[in-house]
Unconditional design. Structure first.
Lengths: 326, 311
């Protein structure tokens, strides 16, 4: 395997909740992203996906902190020890991020052209005119018809899909090495979703970007990712190449997730659901965190399972996958 | 000469109205197009805008509208306390000065004091509120407690306290005084909005693209609070005109013989029933101005509020 572009090691991000309680939203997450690879992170709301993404860019604000001992290596530099000035030079230029809600992420009082151009002005110190020309080019690249004219539009003039395209234009403006897409299509309708994902894939291959695709939609992951990380309660519970994960899921949580996907033509009349809820981050249960919702829980689940290596690139955090079965 | 002056004043009002109309119709038009459209659909607001512009233009073009000097006495015998006539529209006062001229020139002082004081208080209030709201935490708490303390003293007492120790009240001092005591409300408003905007996706997205705090504050947060600041400033303009008049009336504002609407009323106050024209006309000027400003401020608030996006 080649040198990874991004290597997250033992990432722990903690928030101080009301009453002095600590909520470790991300608890010991390690993974890598290779150059030009797409890694999908899936999980329910509140499992720590977004906090992981924000931690990589060091955008966690007080009362949240990334604990000492966490390491995030990117292009062989440790992002967590970088001075803020150098970190700013990486944000938006080497690592860019696309957010879930294009409506609230865009500035309602600026034209989208001005917002896209701003990226070039911040990072390349481009002149107003040069930055504008670059912005029009970027808008064209993400599929704006008549980009020169649309650049003068305000966000409220645009449809949800076009707004998300504008966000993507801002993200790819500086040709980043890594694009973090946090639920990029969740706020859009299905047909638009497919178009946006197609645009992202085309940009990714033409710019040779890596992508960290965060979603709760397993269909998107199946289609776009090469490797999948399943997160539950702040931890990685399973990690596998995409085909293997869908063909032979190991962790009971992954299986439950897959079973919960409704299928056309399936005979079952009721939708499968996983009983219970993700535990709250300020009160992770002892032992296996999925135990309370797991149909296969047994006495060993009192102790926290490690991430067992069960194949070349396949890991699972379940005692059932322990190498020497009990 | 006088005809030209009146023509200039009326056309200023017409231009203001037409300006809003054309901003409402401009293609593309930016963030101001919709508010302008809503404003131009509101006949009362447009009347207020017209009245206000004409009044301001009358102060600006005062020398073209009257040939009398505001502070030079005319014939002390024949022009003493004359009632309004074709010669002296608003009559003359006890010092044989033309009241119409004094009201026009007084408007210059009253309006410019109000405008500059509000400008000052808006800048101060926005800066203070933005810093407190954006940096938050202990700094915010400390700044807000200081503000609470300042707000617990009535403004007029605050002003009078400074007047008591100031050797001489000149126009710039008065502007500093009124402006310096008027920004507390604005800074609360800005602080609250910045505090909430800071937590929104917009800020995280800008940070994720590599913007620094200062850039986010200037380029994204402040433009987003500008509409409420504009409304607050407009409404406080009316208050400041009244405050200035009150100070002058209490003889701690603009010193005679320089006219301001407040001190013209004060000079006529002792004989309000016999020489009614001394108090009536500057009083009317204040009432009309403040009414127009408040009407316009209310209309602006509706026009700039995105939640009433019916048009």
């Amino acid at each position: 395997m080649t040198e990874p572009l991004l290597a997250v090691t033992d990432l722990r991000t903690t928030f101080r909740a009301a009453g002095g309680r600590r909520a470790r939203a991300v608890d010991g997450v390690s993974f890598t992203v290779a150059p030009e690879e797409t890694v999908g992170i899936v999980g329910e709301s509140g499992c720590g996906k977004s906090v992981t993404a924000l931690s990589i860019l060091r955008l966690i604000r007080a009362p949240g902190v990334i604990e000492a001992g966490s390491r995030i290596a990117f292009e062989s530099r440790d992002l967590l020890t970088l001075p803020e000035r150098e970190m700013r030079a990486i944000r938006g230029a080497r690592i860019a991020m696309v957010f879930q809600e294009p409506m609230t992420s865009l500035d309602p009082v600026l034209t989208i052209g001005a917002q896209v151009a701003e990226v070039a002005r911040v990072h390349a110190g481009a002149s107003k005119r040069a930055a504008w020309a670059q912005a029009v080019e970027a808008l064209q690249a993400v599929g704006f018809p008549d980009a020169a004219a649309r650049a003068r539009d305000y966000p409220h003039h645009l449809s949800g899909g076009m707004r998300q395209r504008a966000m993507i234009a801002m993200a790819i403006m500086m040709r980043p090495a890594l694009l973090i897409a946090d639920e990029p299509t969740t706020a859009l309708d299905v047909t638009t979703q497919a178009q946006i994902l197609g645009t992202l894939a085309a940009l990714q291959s033409s710019m040779r970007m890596s992508m960290l695709l965060i979603t709760h939609d397993l269909g998107i992951v199946a289609e776009r990712a090469q490797r999948v990380i399943v997160m539950y309660a702040g931890q990685i519970v399973e990690e596998a190449p995409v085909r293997e994960l869908f063909a032979a899921p190991r962790h009971p949580y992954t299986r439950a997730l897959l079973a919960a996907v409704p299928r056309l033509g399936a005979r079952r009349e009721r939708l499968e659901a996983i009983p219970g809820q993700v535990p709250s981050a300020d009160a992770w249960p002892d032992g296996c965190r999925f135990r309370a919702r797991c149909a296969q829980a047994f006495d060993r689940c009192d102790t926290a399972p490690p991430l067992y290596q069960i194949g070349d690139a396949h890991r699972s955090r379940c005692h059932l996958d322990a190498p020497a079965a009990p | 000469m006088m005809l030209v002056g009146w023509f200039a004043c009326i056309s200023a009002g017409v231009f203001a109205v037409l300006g809003v109309r054309s901003a409402a119709r401009r293609e593309g038009g930016g963030p101001w197009r919709r508010p302008a459209a809503r404003l131009s659909d509101d006949p009362i607001a447009m009347t207020a805008l017209f009245a206000l512009t004409v009044l301001a233009a009358m102060a600006v073009f005062a020398p073209m509208l009257t040939s009398y000097a505001p502070d030079a006495p005319l014939d002390p015998v024949r022009a003493h306390l004359l009632p309004p006539s074709g010669e002296h529209y608003f009559g003359t006062d006890f010092a044989s000065r033309d009241v119409f001229s004094r009201v026009l020139y007084g408007g210059r002082i009253s309006l410019s004091v109000a405008l500059l004081a509000v400008l000052l208080s808006t800048v101060l209030g926005t800066a203070y509120g933005a810093i407190a709201g954006f940096y938050g935490g202990r700094l915010d708490s400390a700044m807000m407690r200081a503000l609470d303390a300042a707000l617990s003293v009535p403004r007029i007492l605050l002003v009078m306290a400074v007047v008591a120790i100031a050797p001489r009240i000149t126009v710039p001092v008065l502007i500093l005084l009124i402006g310096g005591t008027g920004w507390f409300g604005t800074s609360r408003l800005v602080r609250g909005q910045v505090l909430s905007l800071r937590e929104q996706d917009l800020t995280t997205a800008a940070r994720a693209l590599g913007a620094r705090d200062r850039e986010i504050l200037w380029r994204h947060l402040l433009p987003n609070v500008s509409s409420s600041v504009i409304v607050a400033a407009t409404l406080s303009l009316g208050n400041v005109i009244i405050l200035e008049a009150a100070l002058s009336y209490l003889s701690i504002g603009i010193r005679p013989p320089t006219p301001s609407w407040g001190n013209i009323i004060e000079e006529g106050a002792s004989q309000l029933f016999s020489t009614w024209w001394l108090g009536l006309f500057p009083g009317l000027a204040i009432v009309v101005t403040v009414l127009a400003i408040n009407t316009l401020g209310d209309a602006l608030r509706d026009a700039l509020d995105p939640r009433t996006a019916s048009t």
